[in-house]
Write a new protein. Sequence first.
Length: 95
Amino acid sequence: MALPTKAMATNPSQLLPSELVDRCVGSRIWVIMKGEKEMVGTLRGFDVYVNMVLEDVIEYEMTPEGKRVTKLDQILLNGNNIALLVPGGMPDEEE
């Protein structure tokens, strides 16, 4: 079995999940929560449980009346409630 080379270590497909999240610190990230909420914000930090601190957050909540949008300065997300992380923010997000 061959040992991983430095080139393999920089290939995103060879990263551990925690390494990929670590590379997103300081960048915009789209967090899809379990349930009806999504968050887009700048990732400031996370721990081994993937609890996350986001800044300049836009919260999207899907309700029977439609999509509710809330802006927050900062939020702490519980990692148990996170379903999906997308580096770079939402594709249709206006900066």
